[in-house]
Design a protein around this ligand. Structure first.
Ligand SMILES: CC(C)(COP(=O)(O)OP(=O)(O)OC[C@H]1O[C@@H](n2cnc3c(N)ncnc32)[C@H](O)[C@@H]1OP(=O)(O)O)[C@@H](O)C(=O)NCCC(=O)NCCS
Length: 330
C-alpha cells in the first residue's frame, strides 16, 4: 500500500474568551514584565479558561467546526483521539467525554499522553489506523487547560502555558497526492524530570500535604528544555523531509509547535526554511501544548495562509521528552 493513507479533511479550533496579557500577569503580583516575556518567548497574550470552563467544551467546539468543514456527521467518526496533559478527569479519558458531547456513538475513544507532541502523535496513530484498515475517519484533537495545572506564582512556567483546543478530521485517502506523506516520532524518558508534574499520579497521590509543596503543578528546567527542544525539533524536521523524499525547498509552510519564538526560529534556520514560510501565532496564544499545532493549523487555514495543494511540514516537541514530525500535502 502506498502513501498517502489519510488526508486532513477538516480543521477547527476553540479557545476561552478570556484574554490574559503579559501586563495582566505582572499585575497579579508575578515578578515579571511584558518586555522580558516578549523578548525571551515572543508571547504577548494567551487565552485562559474560567474555572468552570471545561476542556470537554473546548474540544467539542473545535471538533464541531472541523467536522462541519469535513462534511462529517458524528456517526461517521470511527475513532476519537485526544492528545492532552490536562484532561478534565484522570479517569476515564478526555476522549470519551468528547465522544458523549459530540454524540459519536460508533466511535472508539482514547487519549494520547505525549504532552506538546500529543496532537502530532495522535495524528500518526490515526493515520496508522486508517492504513491498517481499523478506521476510515478519525477525529484527532489536541487540547489543554494548562491554567489548571500551572503554579500561578512560578514565573518560569506561568508566563508560557495557556488553554485551548484544536481538532482535525483525518479521512481515508482515495488516490491522488493529497495527504500525510511521511511521519516521524521519538521519545526519551530518561529526561522526564526536566518537565513534569511530580505529584498527583499513583506514584505520589495528591494529599493535603501536597498542597504546600506545589508538586502537583508543572515543574520545568527551562534552559535544559530549551536546548533539547532545539535539537529535537531539528532532528524531527530532517527526518520527515528525508522520509517524504523532499527537501526544505519543497516546503510551502512550516507549522511548528508554538512553545517559544526563539525555538521556532532555530528550527526554521536549521531546516533552511525562511521565516516568511513559518506560521507563528505563539504571540497570541502562548504555549497551548498538545493544542498548539492544531490551533496553528486552523489559524493558518482561516487566515488564508494555508491553501490547498501546499506542502506543509509539522514539527513538535514536548515533555517526556517526545518529539515528531509530519509532511502533509494539504
Ligand atoms: C523559560 C525560558 C523562557 C527562560 O528564558 P531564558 O532565556 O532561558 O532565561 P533564564 O531561565 O536563563 O533566566 C534569565 C534571567 O531571567 C529571570 N527570569 C526567569 N523568568 C522570568 C520571568 N518570567 N520574568 C522576568 N525574569 C525572569 C531569571 O531568574 C534569570 O535571572 P538571573 O539572570 O538574574 O538569574 C526559556 O528557557 C524557554 O523558553 N525554555 C523552554 C521552555 C519551553 O518551551 N517549554 C515547553 C516545551 S514544550
Amino acid at each position: 500500500m502506498k502513501r498517502p493513507y489519510s488526508y486532513i479533511a477538516g480543521t477547527g479550533h476553540a479557545v476561552p474568551a478570556k484574554v490574559v496579557t503579559n501586563d495582566d500577569i505582572a499585575a497579579m503580583g508575578v515578578e515579571t514584565n511584558d518586555a522580558w516575556i516578549q523578548e525571551r518567548t515572543g508571547i504577548r497574550q494567551r487565552h485562559i479558561a474560567e474555572p468552570g470552563e471545561s476542556l470537554s467544551s473546548l474540544c467539542a467546539k473545535a471538533s464541531l467546526q472541523a467536522m462541519a468543514r469535513a462534511g462529517v456527521q458524528p456517526g461517521e467518526i470511527d475513532t476519537i483521539i485526544v492528545g492532552t496533559a490536562s484532561p478534565d478527569h484522570l479517569l476515564p479519558s478526555q476522549a470519551v467525554e468528547v465522544q458523549t458531547a459530540l454524540g459519536c456513538s460508533r466511535a472508539a475513544a482514547f487519549d494520547v499522553a505525549s504532552a506538546c507532541s500529543g496532537w502530532l502523535y495522535g495524528a500518526i496513530v490515526g493515520d496508522s489506523m486508517i492504513a491498517s484498515g481499523a478506521a476510515d475517519t478519525v477525529l484527532v484533537i489536541g487540547a489543554e487547560k494548562l491554567s489548571a495545572i500551572v503554579d500561578w506564582t512560578d514565573r518560569n512556567t506561568c508566563i508560557l502555558f495557556a488553554d485551548g483546543a484544536g481538532a482535525t478530521v483525518l479521512r481515508r485517502a482515495r488516490g491522488g497526492q493529497k495527504g500525510i506523506m511521511s511521519t516521524f516520532m521519538r521519545s526519551d524518558g530518561a529526561l522526564a524530570e526536566l518537565l513534569w508534574r511530580p505529584a498527583g499520579g499513583a506514584a505520589e497521590p495528591f494529599t493535603p500535604e501536597t498542597h504546600g509543596t506545589k508538586r502537583q503543578f508543572i515543574h520545568m528546567a527551562g534552559r535544559e528544555v530549551f536546548k533539547h527542544a532545539v535539537r529535537s525539533m531539528a532532528e524531527a524536521t530532517d527526518r520527515a523531509l528525508d522520509m517524504a523524499r523532499i527537501t526544505a525547498a519543497d516546503v510551502d509552510l512550516l507549522i511548528p509547535h508554538q512553545a517559544n519564538v526563539r525555538i521556532i526560529e532555530a528550527t526554521a534556520k536549521h531546516a533552511g526554511i525562511s521565516m516568511d514560510k513559518v506560521f507563528v501565532n505563539v504571540d497570541r496564544f502562548g504555549n497551548t501544548s498538545a493544542a498548539s499545532i492544531p490551533i496553528a493549523l486552523n489559524d493558518a487555514v482561516e487566515q488564508g495562509v494555508l491553501k490547498e495543494g501546499m506542502t506543509v511540514l509539522f514539527a513538535a516537541f514536548g515533555a517526556g521528552f517526545t518529539w515528531g514530525s509530519l509532511v502533509v500535502r494539504y
